[in-house]
Structures are given as structure tokens and as C-alpha cells.
Design a protein around this ligand. Structure first.
Ligand code: ATP
Length: 670
């Protein structure tokens, strides 16, 4: 997308508001035409060249009225500007945010969160600025044309001699904006780095302290700060330099005007009123040239912003940025679950509808056959006279029953179809099948390849393997947190089109290896906005073996656990994440190495309680612990991104050396 297309896309978001804004500012810029002409007439009246007889006070009153009128217009102009530009900024941020949220969770943004914030803030502002200035340029061009026409009619030679040098000076200064653009890009980049570093530091306070790296981290931060200072200085210096050239052009013009006007006035070809008008318009015309320059600069900076925003889209078309959408992310539908759930429904729904439709057609075909048969039988019955009445009645009854049954089945299917159309939930899990799943990290070329496995309802499957063998990658690719490169995932035989939106509650819930907690109360960290229903929270805490810990906390469930849950132990943090998962009803629970911060006894309790609570829960668990392995119906052993062996623990102890190492390694650790 070119910068011009981007600008146009933003304008076309609210073309009417843009038009109103342009109209308001064109009137504002045209407003000085009248006071200029009044001033000219007044001065000419002093030398008896004009018949205007309003006197000094009359002139002052007229000029004040014109100024007040312009102020009023400017207020209106600000209102129209704000109405347009903030909507445009919101659209950009909204589209960006929606795109980021739709990305696989593990790859949502290609930069640090701090840098992403800087893109959201500065680059959107920059784009707003450029579009807003385009309005000014339009208004001022109209002013320049009208005033130019008036001045040329008075004295074409004078107009040319005064304004040409100004145009040349300003154009030369404009050329220097290429450098300004370079400096601006560098200052943006350095600001992003500083913002990113701040968020990294705040996010990793513990790690920095544990490593005794405070000084090194601060030194690094200081070096980023220094680079930023230098880049900002160059940027500001260049901006101010150009500004001063632009603003001093008026003085240059006035000087030229005085030099040239003297001779012409002596010759009687240039009146005092003409001089007053030239001086009066000079400021505005110079402002026009300056502002056109500014707009060109903003336009160039906008191209830098467009590049940076497009980078955030990670390969998606830049058109995403200006797509016309309502300014909110979700549209809640009354009576339907959250949009995530509705997306889920649609993911399966698309296929589900096909299935229902095919089945429906078969049923209807079946029904027609039955009816056909009935008709035939009727004819036969009419032909065979004298047959016993009883037999006929029996047959009719049977036909009615068959028809009733077919009708009932049709009604049931209609119901299923309605549900799928509403996008509520996918059907309960009976079987999950993964075939040929693969993903490679572009940075390392590592990942997983050709993963096949299946899980039945209520089963407990453990993924185990050596460090870095691809366990987490497998889970993340399955759940759509990484974009799978190949393979299929089927829920009850129906392919899952978009795992990222499908594998969310109520289909599945997930606890990551490194839990993400927020600086909020424990309660809010578990519920994450979900309404507290009955004793569901207590049950989840109990299932996650967290009830004792909660009782020990000073504020219980209302204890604020600090940024990233720093006030909790590693095990408490993981169990909080597990409680967050368990408080949500799900068909499939996925745990990524929950045991890494739990002792054997606590882990044992956790599995026991989990199964007491949900007998039918299907679990996919990454673990190397015997507690989990002995409970498993099926174990998948990963090595170098592939499944090396699978089976029960007894089978694997006989067959897999990797598994034996993991099994006895666990003994050695215990
Ligand atoms: N974000 C990433 N970028 C590039 N390569 C990665 C990334 N994450 C993991 N890898 C690589 O992919 C391979 C599989 O990693 P993965 O985290 O899935 O292993 P794992 O079995 O879960 O390891 P662990 O037991 O340490 O949790 C490893 O070789 C790792 O170096």
C-alpha cells in the first residue's frame, strides 16, 4: 500500500466528516481575504484613492468583527477536526488491536510489548496528523489562489518579485526534509527501544535481582537513553531550523516589498492601500507555503509510520489498517455466549452445517422413499380387492409410525442446525484426532514434524520427552497458539478450521508452562472477568489444591498478588493458573508441565481432585513425573520434534530407552 492510498483509506473512513472539516477550514483560511480588502480601502481613502469613509474607529470595529468571526470559525473548525481525526485514530488502533488479538497467541506481536505500545501511540498519532494537515493544505491552497488572483490584478510584476524568492527559499528548505525524515525515523526507533526496555525491566524485576544484573541492566538502559537523546536532538534541531527558515520568510518578503514598493509608489503605479494589502496577505501566503511544506513533511513521516504499522501486521496486507469497521471490537448478541464462543461455534459450525445438511438431505431422501413406498402400497391395496380390512389398517398404522419418526428426526436435526447457526458451542468431545501436525520456528528451524495421535473422551494422555524435544510446541500448535504448517485436527471427526479461536472455553482450557498473572487480586486472577457462579470458584481452588494457600494469604482471595504474581511462590502461581483453567467448564484440559513447580504429593492431590470433580474430563498433560505417567491411558514420547514411541508406561518401559531414562531420572530426582 502506498502512503497516498493509506491517506485516502483513512479519509474514506468518514468522508462526510472529512468534507465538513475541509469546508470549515477552507472558510477559516479564506476569512482574511475580507479584512485585507477593507484595510486596502481604508488606506486608499487616506490618499483619496477610495471613497471608503468609515473612519479609524469604523475600520477598527470592522477588523475586530472579522477577527471575532474568524475565532468563532476556528472553534467550529477544531470541533470538526476533533470529530474526524480521533475517529480515524481509533479506527487504526481498533484494527491493529483486532489483528493482534487474532494472531496465534505465541506470536501475537513481532516486537516487545513496549515497542508495540509505541507503534500504537506514536505511529497512529503521526498518521492522524498527516490526514488532519491535508485539510489545511486544501483550505490554504484555495486562499492562495484567491489572494494570488487579487494581488496579480493589482500588480503582477510585484507579486512575482515578492513571492518567487519566498517560494524558492522555502522549497530549498523543503528539500532538507529528506534528512528530517531520516532523523525522525531514528528518533522513533530509539523511543521504541527505550519504551521496550522499560517494560522488559519492570516485567523482569525478580530475574534481574536474582542475577545481580541491576547495574548492567541500568547501563544498558542508559545507553538506550543516550542514543535517544542524540537522535531526538538531531530531529528537533532540524525541525526548528526548518521552522525558522519558514517563519523568517515573512520578514524577507516584507523587506523585498518595501524596497520595490518605494519606486513604484513614487511613480504612482502602486497605492498605499496596495502596499497594505500586500503586507497583509504576505503573512498568510508565507504561512501557506510553510504549511504545504509541513504537510509534505508529515506525509513523509506518515510513510515511516505506515511501514512500522505494517511490520506489526506480520505479513498481513496493510489494507487491514484502514478497513471500515464499527469502533468496537465485539458485538455481543443477546442470548448467545461471548464472541469467542460464537467464533468457536462458527469454526465447527461451518463444517457442522455441512454435515447436518448432508445428513438432512439423506433423511429427506429417505423420507421421500418411504412416502413413495406408501403410495405404491396404496395402489397395490386398491388393486387387490377383497383383502382383509384388518391387514390394510395395520399397514396404514405402520406407515404413520414411519412418517412420525422421520418427522421427529427432522425436527431434531433442525434444532442442531439452529444451534450451529447461532454459533453457540461445539458438540461434546468424543474423539480428538491429530494427523501430521507440524510447525517449524523460522528462527531456529526446530519444532515438531508429522505428529499423529488420538484421544478419546475421558482419557488422560501424557506428552513426555527430553528437554527441547517439542512438547510445548506440540501443545501450542494444537491449540492454535502457533500457526500449524501442516496437518489436521479433528473434533469428533469434524476438521477444526481455526484452532486459535476453537480451542477456548467451553471447548478447551489451557495452563501454560509459565503462568501469566496480573497485578490484581487472586480472585480476579482466577476469574479473569468471569462472573462468580455459586461455589464454582471454591471448587476450582480446591481442585487446584490452593485452598490452604488462600487461607494463609493476609487478604485471602482479595490479596493483590503483585506484577506477574511476584507475591506468590512458583507453585502457588502455577496452581493459580490451574484454578483459572478449572473454574471454566471445558471438554478438554491441557496442562503444560504443571508439575515443574509442584511437589509430588500436591500434584497427586491435584489429579485426584480433578478426576473427582470431572469424571469425563479429557486431559492432555505435558509431564515427566511418574504421578502423571502412571495415571496415563496413553503416553507420547517426544524426541527431536517427532514422536519416538507411544503406549502405556508398562509398554514403554520395555520398548523405549528415552522413556526409561525419563522414568528412572525422575526416581533419581525424587
Ligand atoms: N520461540 C522459539 N523460537 C525458536 N525456537 C524455539 C522457540 N521455542 C522453542 N524453540 C525450539 O524448538 C524446540 C522445541 O522446543 P519446545 O519448547 O517445544 O521443547 P520442550 O520439549 O517443551 O522443552 P522443555 O522440556 O524445556 O519445556 C527446541 O529445540 C527449542 O530450542
Amino acid at each position: 500500500m502506498t502512503t497516498f492510498q493509506y491517506l485516502k483509506g483513512l479519509i474514506m473512513y468518514r468522508p462526510f466528516r472529512y468534507f465538513i472539516n475541509a469546508l470549515a477550514w477552507t472558510i477559516i483560511y479564506l476569512a482574511p481575504i475580507a479584512p485585507g480588502l477593507i484595510t486596502k480601502a481604508f488606506f486608499d481613502s487616506l490618499t483619496e484613492k477610495s471613497t471608503l469613509s468609515i473612519g479609524v474607529w469604523g475600520l477598527i470595529a470592522l477588523l475586530i468583527a472579522a477577527a471575532l468571526g474568524r475565532i468563532l470559525l476556528i472553534i467550529v473548525g477544531f470541533i470538526t477536526d476533533v470529530q474526524f481525526r480521533f475517529r480515524m485514530g481509533m479506527l487504526l488502533r481498533r484494527n491493529l488491536l483486532e489483528h493482534v488479538l487474532k494472531q496465534p497467541g505465541a506470536q501475537a506481536i513481532p516486537v516487545s510489548p513496549g515497542e508495540a505500545i509505541s507503534h500504537f501511540r506514536d505511529d497512529v498519532d503521526q498518521s492522524e496528523e498527516a490526514v488532519s494537515w491535508s485539510v489545511d493544505v486544501f483550505g490554504m491552497t484555495v486562499f492562495a489562489l484567491v489572494s494570488g488572483y487579487i494581488l496579480i490584478r493589482i500588480d503582477a510584476q510585484m507579486t512575482l518579485l515578492v513571492f518567487m524568492p519566498i517560494v524558492i527559499v522555502i522549497t530549498a528548505a523543503q528539500l532538507a526534509t529528506v534528512r528530517l525524515q531520516k532523523y525522525r525515523a531514528a528518533s522513533r526507533e530509539s523511543t521504541s527501544k527505550v519504551t521496550g526496555e522499560i517494560s522488559e525491566m519492570f516485567g523482569n524485576v525478580q530475574a534481574i535481582q536474582v542475577a545481580g544484573a541491576e547495574k548492567r541492566v541500568i547501563d544498558r538502559f542508559r545507553s538506550f537513553g543516550d542514543s535517544r537523546r542524540k537522535a531526538m536532538l538531531k530531529d528537533r534541531l532540524m525541525s526548528e531550523l526548518l521552522d525558522s527558515v519558514f517563519s523568517n520568510s515573512v520578514n524577507l518578503g516584507t523587506g523585498l516589498l518595501l524596497l520595490l514598493a518605494g519606486t513604484k509608489m513614487r511613480a504612482g503605479t502602486f497605492s498605499v492601500g496596495d502596499l497594505a494589502l500586500f503586507v497583509y496577505y504576505l503573512t498568510f501566503v508565507t504561512q501557506f507555503i510553510t504549511n504545504v511544506g509541513k504537510f509534505i513533511t508529515y506525509f513523509k513521516q506518515m510513510s515511516v509510520s505506515l511501514k512500522r504499522l505494517t511490520f506489526l501486521l506480520q505479513g498481513a496486507s496493510a489494507k487491514v489498517l484502514t478497513m471500515v469497521r464499527p469502533l468496537y471490537l465485539k458485538k455481543e448478541r443477546v442470548g448467545v455466549k461471548t464472541s469467542a464462543a460464537s467464533m468457536v461455534g462458527k469454526a465447527v459450525g461451518a463444517r457442522g452445517n455441512d454435515l447436518v445438511e448432508v445428513q438432512g438431505q439423506e433423511k429427506r431422501r429417505g423420507q421421500k422413499q418411504v412416502q413413495e413406498q406408501v403410495r405404491k402400497q396404496d395402489q397395490e391395496q386398491e388393486q387387490v380387492q377383497g383383502q382383509e380390512q384388518e391387514q390394510v389398517q395395520e399397514q396404514e398404522q405402520e406407515q404413520d409410525e414411519v412418517q412420525d419418526q422421520a418427522q421427529k428426526q427432522d425436527q431434531e436435526q433442525d434444532q442442531v442446525q439452529d444451534q450451529a447457526d447461532d454459533g453457540v458451542i461445539a458438540p461434546p468431545l468424543q474423539r480428538l484426532e491429530v494427523n501430521g501436525l507440524s510447525y517449524t520456528y523460522p528462527e531456529t528451524g526446530r519444532g515438531i514434524a508429522d505428529i499423529h495421535f488420538a484421544m478419546q473422551r475421558g482419557s488422560f494422555t501424557v506428552i513426555t520427552g527430553t528437554i527441547g524435544s517439542g512438547k510445548t510446541t506440540l501443545v501450542r500448535s494444537l491449540l492454535g497458539l502457533l500457526p500449524k504448517e501442516g496437518g489436521t485436527i479433528a473434533w469428533n471427526g469434524v476438521p477444526v478450521e481455526d484452532p486459535g479461536t476453537f480451542f477456548t472455553p467451553p471447548q478447551s482450557a489451557y495452563t501454560a508452562q509459565v503462568p501469566r498473572l496480573y497485578s490484581d487480586t487472586l480472585r480476579n486472577n482466577v476469574l479473569l472477568g468471569q462472573a462468580e457462579q455459586g461455589d464454582s470458584l471454591q471448587q476450582a481452588l480446591n481442585a487446584a489444591v490452593l485452598e490452604y494457600d488462600v487461607a494463609q494469604l493476609p487478604g485471602g482471595l482479595d490479596t493483590v498478588i503483585g506484577p506477574r504474581g511476584v507475591k506468590l511462590s512458583g507453585g502457588q502461581a502455577q496452581r493459580t493458573a490451574a484454578a483459572r483453567m478449572l473454574v471454566r467448564d471445558a471438554e478438554l484440559y491441557v496442562f503444560d508441565d504443571l508439575s515443574s513447580a509442584l511437589d509430588v504429593e500436591t500434584e497427586q492431590k491435584l489429579w485426584e481432585r480433578m478426576f473427582q470433580r470431572r469424571r469425563e474430563a479429557t486431559c492432555l498433560v505435558v509431564s515427566h513425573r511418574k504421578t502423571a505417567l502412571t495415571r496415563a491411558d496413553h503416553i507420547i514420547v517426544m524426541k527431536d520434534g517427532r514422536i519416538e514411541a507411544e503406549g502405556t508406561s508398562e509398554e514403554l518401559l520395555l520398548r523405549s530407552s528415552t522413556f526409561r531414562e525419563l522414568w528412572y531420572g525422575d526416581d533419581r530426582k525424587a
